[in-house]
Design a protein around this ligand. Sequence first.
Ligand code: NAP
Ligand code: MG
Length: 399
Amino acid sequence: MAKINMKTPLVEIDGDEMTRVLWEIIKEKLLLPFIDLKVEYYDLGLKNRDDTEDGITVKSAEAIKKYGVGVKCATITANSARVKEYDLKHLLPSPNATIRAILDGTVFRKPISVERVKPSVNTWKKPIVIGRHAYGDVYKAAEMEIDGPGKVELVYTKADGTEKRVKVADFKGSGIVQGMHNIDDSIRSFARACFLYAIEEKLPLWFATKDTISKIYDGRFKTIFNEVYESEFKDKCKAAGIEYFYTLIDDAVARVVKSEGGFLWACKNYDGDVQSDMIASAAGSLAMMTSVLVSPSGVFEYEAAHGTVQQHYYRWQKGEKTSTNPAALIFAWTGALSKRAELDNLSDLADFSRRLEKSVLGTIENGIMTGDLARLSDPPAEKILNSWEFIDAIAERLK
Ligand code: NAP
Ligand code: MG
């Protein structure tokens, strides 16, 4: 059989632990036999990030900027335990944070739905996609312990030296304080990325904040979203037949639980962190959640939402063939390949990506699955396979 050709290289970013093990098998069994795979490879395994003083991470993000599409394996975010475990020279920053900062992106997370795994919320008929703003707020906040009585103020010293101040609190005793920020340009990029995604996927867009309480901070988010909608996307939304809907975050949560699903929920950074795990677990399993970073400049990075599945890796190192679910990793590849196909006008490649996704879904729908899904499957699984057998079963179906 002739292999499918590619035009532009895909930026392939390798990672760590169990996902690195699966990555290799996915390529060997599901991609290389069918595609003349063109990639520019970056090894973001922890050791190599350390050896290159994290230069490799920056290079991989620059490559995504250059070529437009990347696919990334899960990577360890180092902490002191990992420094010891891998005998590292540096405590490296989170590679995802580094890449996101360079690409200025918004992260979209979408569950992979299968009939056999019913969402815990029984009104949900269609997937709910989360669009998470990936800059600022509590993730870039300054915090302080207050030891005893005293006044805390926010002080803004302008470039010309003039000052603006506002009282935060008069402390009568000990306590805590936090200052956080965001940037108009980043909020605008977030809004644009959400509208672009919603239009491309033909999904209504919901956005929610707490602007009744946080009139200036959350109010700015609401205003910018509205400006971006009115000035750039109103007509495009109409043409795509989708609606933009703003409400308060508490109202949104109540509506989400009663909804049928089938919309994009744009969330501020913290809301997105919390709600994407809620959506993932209510929809089924973390192993069935896809993730794509979309930058407003039209650059895409696809990955699985889960981490490196550390505990499975330690069992694999001891010789166990673990039943780790490769679905979200495979969908990271199909997402990236079909985006490459779209940009390069390669219908064979687009077709292949669809078939591979259908093979994964069809295998699961036939009752053949990994252990995490078997725990949720209704009707019960016919066969519970380890990752190697499961990937073989998908390859069989794909052929
Ligand atoms: P994790 O890798 O997401 O795994 C947490 C648990 O979820 C696993 O122990 C497993 O549960 C289940 N799980 C996740 N993915 C699965 C899959 N594909 N198949 C079956 N079960 C799956 O999180 P972690 O173990 O807490 O984190 C490990 C490392 O990943 C950390 O070093 C962290 O920094 C990194 N991380 C990276 C990314 C990224 O690169 N995008 C994201 C998150 C975390 P059971 O043990 O019950 O089977
Ligand atoms: Mg989280």
